[in-house]
Design a protein around this ligand. Structure first.
Ligand SMILES: [Zn+2]
Length: 458
């Protein structure tokens, strides 16, 4: 049965093992002896009605359903939630757009993305811009899509309206963002934004690098670039967010932690009851400075030395880091010039994050339940999406048939995202997505069935 699946699935992998039609109480039943739930892997039948997980029953219990799929020993994961995606539409749609990004997401087992407020034009820094963004996304998304707002100098009065309009939270930068229309907050601006967010119990997420500790690379090599953005710059900025979150009582989150030096301040703050969480990304966990071969690897903060990765994995295992999200941030290939000082900083990885993380996680002794906690449950909770991120009765039936043992070589030209640039090109990875169900319907890559999400949507 498994052989049949492997033969059928390649790029889209859309064939279930055994699929049958009938009549009955449920629209769909998906069975797997390895259904990954928050309690671990269980032999279960996931019964779906109206796009929602209506019941979790024993694997071999007879259930009347219109459609059923029996995966046998093939694992069934919750659809992943990627709360850190730069879609860039409208305005820089030639970098990435909703149709291409969400096809890449679905092919990679991601059924929910949350779009970042910058790199698109206008940046999502007020409700009017959020509406422009929603209009651009409407009817184009193959997975469910939510939106972050932005906090920049001068838009303090827009933060509450963004929250009330359903943005998941607001993002700010503490150092230059890479685009002029999304400036960074200084210390006073950060304090004011956190105080404002605390007033309506919202969430502020921060790109944490201290601009005073960043320097001009002074040369084109990766070593020059890496030295220009030291761990200390990240640690100092994280400490600043922690101090001001403690002072204001606001809920804060650090995006894309790359430096092991951030782990202890975060651990101490969380232990002291400060409301601060943090994420990391597949590239910080699976790639290393020593293997960088070109500008496809450039991102900020940078990919650091191999030794740094162990501390990030340990922080995930300990729960100090709550999740792994892509920070998918593409550009056109011409901006990835072979000079690390000048190249666009951003990594394209939406479609390969799951196999990249799984390949490394498995080698470190972690299981699929850990990966689901980091890549689905954690980001869903962060973004305030109570129906997402787990195989749980009452949740949306976002499901992924995942073959953890099948291997493939990443061919960037075969990935769905718009521009064929990715540091994973040529990588040999384990873990192939066979089928992705969005609210009980298999994603077919032609019909965009994704919904636009608002914070807390039930
Ligand atoms: Zn980002």
């Amino acid at each position: 049965m498994i052989t049949e699946v492997i033969a059928a699935g390649r790029r889209h992998g859309l064939r279930q093992t055994t699929r049958s039609r009938g009549r009955g109480e449920y629209d769909l039943v998906v069975r797997s002896r390895r259904t990954v739930t928050p309690q671990g892997e269980r032999p279960l039948a996931v019964a779906v009605r109206g796009g929602v997980i209506a019941a979790l029953r024993p694997y071999d219990e007879p259930l009347a359903a219109e459609e059923s799929a029996d995966l046998g020993d093939l694992p069934l994961l919750p659809g992943l939630v990627d709360s850190h995606v730069h879609v860039n539409e409208p305005g820089r749609t030639h970098w990435e757009g909703f149709a291409t990004a969400t096809r890449a997401a679905a092919a990679g087992g991601v059924t929910t993305i949350v779009d970042m407020p910058l790199n698109s034009l206008p940046p999502t820094v007020d409700v009017a811009a959020l509406e422009v963004k929603r209009k651009a996304a409407e009817g184009r998304c193959h997975v469910d899509t939510g939106f972050w707002g932005g906090a920049i100098p001068g838009n303090l009065a827009d933060l509450r309206p963004l929250h009330e309009a359903g943005a998941m939270g607001v993002k700010c930068f503490l150092s230059p963002s890479g685009v002029d229309e999304f400036p960074a907050l200084d210390r006073d601006g950060l304090r004011a934004a956190l105080a404002e967010v605390a007033a309506f119990d919202g969430l502020l997420i921060a790109h944490a690098e201290d601009p005073g500790l960043l320097s001009d690379p002074g040369g084109p090599a990766y070593g020059d670039f890496l030295r220009s953005r030291p761990q200390e710059a990240e640690r100092r900025a994280v400490e600043q967010v922690i101090a001001l979150a403690a002072e204001t009582g606001a809920r804060a989150h650090i995006v894309h932690v790359s430096a092991a030096a951030c782990v202890e301040p975060l651990r101490a703050a969380q232990a002291a009851g400060v409301r601060v969480s943090a994420e990391t990304c597949p590239h910080y966990l699976t790639l290393a400075a020593e293997q960088v071969t070109g500008p496809a690897y450039k991102c900020c903060p940078p990919i650091r030395e191999a030794a740094n990765r162990d501390a990030l994995w340990q922080a995930l295992a300990d729960g100090v880091l709550m999740g792994i999200v892509s920070d998918h941030s593409p550009s056109t290939p011409d901006l990835k010039v072979p000079d690390f000082a000048a190249a666009w900083g951003g990594i394209s990885s939406l479609q390969v994050g799951l196999p990249a993380v799984w390949t490394a996680a498995r080698a470190r002794g972690h299981g699929l339940a850990d990966v689901a906690r980091w890549m689905a449950e954690g980001p869903a909770r962060l973004a305030g999406l109570p129906r997402k991120g787990a195989i749980r009765e009452g949740d949306d039936a976002d499901l992924v048939a995942f073959d953890p043992d099948a291997e493939f070589t990443v061919d960037v030209a075969a990935l769905h995202h718009r521009n064929p640039v990715s540091p994973y090109h040529g990588a040999r990875l384990a873990g192939v997505v066979r089928t992705t169900w969005l609210r009980g319907t298999p994603v077919d890559f032609d019909t965009p069935r994704g919904r636009l999400l608002t914070r807390g949507a039930r």
